[in-house]
Design a protein around this ligand. Structure first.
Ligand SMILES: [Fe+2]
Length: 566
């Protein structure tokens, strides 16, 4: 038996993953426990939670994996990338001021990230020591290999093209691999600074959002714009060839703000989104053709772009698409453990990830204590799914908390807010209640069997759709029955709910369909704006009150608002 603790990158959204003999047993996100969004640093509480809930101890861990080299190794990779970029100076000098800005930012970035990698190294060693894991061997792995492994080894495909794109990791902004019969072979390195994560982050900031956090808002905004207006201009930043691209003057951070100052932000967003899709699809196409592959799996922060994922799924020759549900660096703990196992064994059969209910569990005593101290009226309801379905059919907004929390950015029914998708104004009033300002509509949950009636070209992406990682064009029936869950461009990002995977949520949705004739509901994450998704019953009650929701179902307990508003 091999027990691996995969620690994800410490700089953002840190997680701890327990993988035993290739089986993902637990993945706990530190932010859920500390209540700090995108928590950085060593995931001490996550590690402690894993040991407490599994009954294991540090002595049972055989190996710790970490998805970066040490700071010297990362420094060498970064320097090599910088020198290679410097060698292409002739191609970049059509805008000398831009190139000088690129140089200045690049050197600053080298210094800053070398310092931060050193800082995280120290934090990692201290954290391991504090958790009594300092005697366990630690293996440092190339960052993009861990992303790639998270996608391939959790997919249902024996043979797939594996593509990773993020901002930066171990000298790369991306990579392409061939996953075949349990082995991954590197086909292409995309050296930094040719980074699509960096490219998209620049427009995110230029449009007034926080980069590395609010990229999804740009995706939402893009649907309102005219991509054609600025696309040629944006694509001029790239030197493109068959299966490759170079991002020229990548660190000239003035380009996106200049466009944002002169043009409608929707058009700027649309051009960047279209450019991203064009570059990724052009890059993957020759590999798909050359290797005769019909499946693509994706990971890395850029794969959080659900519209990009749809575009990849719709590529000629592609039949199957999967995206690791925690596609960002939160997935590199799982990916690191799986990658190491595949290297040690020589092969590791992909094992389709069934669900992401791998986080911290609910504690019955904590539920009962929180209910008693809340002062809110509550009752025990044995058939809670039926009761919640009735409330939703009456138009109520219900928080649902049950079992283990989700691993990854999406709430998939265990820490969710549910409401009817029939009224398009839901986007406005629910956002107002939760203090959010999103451009994307809320995402729907839909009974798996009704997937094809509601969405187009689902075939081959069913597994991805279990985790809300891809959009689809909606059918006329979906537009009629669940308009609140559909974006202005006619797409939606559903979670298809299967009976075997989520029996409680399935029963609830089935009862809702019986009562209303609709097989979709809105499912949004259970949190106030900019807060992590709730973890415990106490968190849920607090957010329930703060957000003014109508009801809260925690396991079989139903909580109402009582006379709070009286
Ligand atoms: Fe990454």
């Amino acid at each position: 038996m091999t027990t691996i603790l995969g620690i994800s990158a410490l700089d953002k959204n840190v997680t701890a993953a327990l993988v035993v003999d290739g089986q993902i047993v637990r993945v706990v996100m530190e932010e859920r426990l500390t209540r700090v969004k995108q928590q950085s640093g060593f995931p001490a509480r996550a590690v402690e939670t894993i040991f407490r809930e599994t009954g294991l101890s540090p002595r049972d861990v055989d190996l710790v994996t970490y998805p970066f080299f040490d700071w010297r190794g990362e420094g060498r990779e970064k320097l090599a990338g910088y020198l290679a970029d410097l060698a292409t100076v002739r191609h970049q000098l059509d805008d000398p001021p831009g190139w000088l800005r690129h140089q200045a930012y690049y050197l600053g970035w080298l210094a800053l990230t070398t310092w931060s990698h050193r800082h995280w190294n120290v934090a990692l060693m201290r954290g391991l020591r504090a958790c009594e894991l300092d005697r366990v061997p630690i293996v440092r792995l190339p960052h993009h290999a861990t992303h790639a492994a998270s996608a391939y080894f959790c997919s249902a495909f024996d043979r797939a093209l594996v593509a990773t794109f993020d901002w930066y990791g171990s000298g790369l902004g991306g990579s392409i691999w061939l996953g075949d019969r349990g082995r991954m072979r590197l086909l292409k390195r995309v050296p930094y600074p040719h980074s699509l994560g960096l490219f998209y982050a620049q427009v995110t900031r230029a449009l007034g959002f926080r980069w590395s956090r609010h990229e999804g808002r740009v995706v939402g905004l893009a649907a309102f714009g005219d991509a054609g207006l600025l696309l040629p201009q944006v694509l001029r930043r790239f030197q493109r060839s068959e299966g490759d691209f170079r991002f020229l003057r990548a660190m000239d951070f003035h380009v996106a703000p200049r466009l944002a100052a002169r043009y409608r932000r929707e058009d700027v967003a649309a051009a960047y989104q279209a450019a991203l899709e064009t570059i990724v699809v052009d890059m993957l196409r020759p590999y798909v053709r050359q290797h005769g592959i019909s499946n693509v799996v994706l990971a890395g922060g850029v794969a959080a772009n659900v519209k990009l994922n749809q575009r990849v799924h719709e590529m000629d020759g592609i039949e199957g698409t999967f995206i690791h549900p925690a596609m960002g660096d939160d997935g590199t703990g799982v990916g690191g453990a799986l990658y190491w196992l595949s290297k040690r064994n020589g092969t590791l059969a992909p094992r389709p990830l069934q669900h992401v209910f791998l986080g911290n569990s609910l504690d019955r005593r904590e539920i009962e204590a929180s209910l008693r101290s809340s002062g809110l009226p509550f009752e025990h309801v044995p058939d809670i799914e039926r009761r919640v379905a009735e409330l939703l059919a009456e138009g109520k907004v219900v928080g649902r908390v049950t079992g283990a929390s989700e691993y990854g950015p999406r709430a998939l029914g265990h820490r969710s807010i549910l409401c009817s998708a029939a009224d398009p104004s839901v986007n406005h009033w629910l956002n107002a209640r939760l203090g959010r300002s999103e451009f994307m509509p809320f995402a729907p949950i839909t009974l798996f069997e009704d997937g094809d009636r509601c969405y187009q070209r689902v075939a081959g992406a069913e597994h991805a759709a279990r985790f809300m990682t891809i959009t689809f064009d909606c059918t006329a029936e979906m537009r009629r029955l669940a308009p609140a869950a559909i974006h202005v461009d006619g797409t939606a990002r559903p979670q298809l709910v299967e009976r075997d995977i989520s029996p409680g949520l399935y029963a609830l949705l089935e009862e809702y369909r019986r009562l209303t004739g609709r097989s979709s509901l809105i499912n949004t994450s259970f949190n106030m704006h900019e807060e992590p998704i709730v973890a415990t019953a106490a968190d849920a009650i607090q957010t329930f009150v703060q957000g003014g929701l109508d009801y809260l179902a925690i396991d079989q307990w139903l909580i109402g608002m009582g006379d709070r508003d009286a």
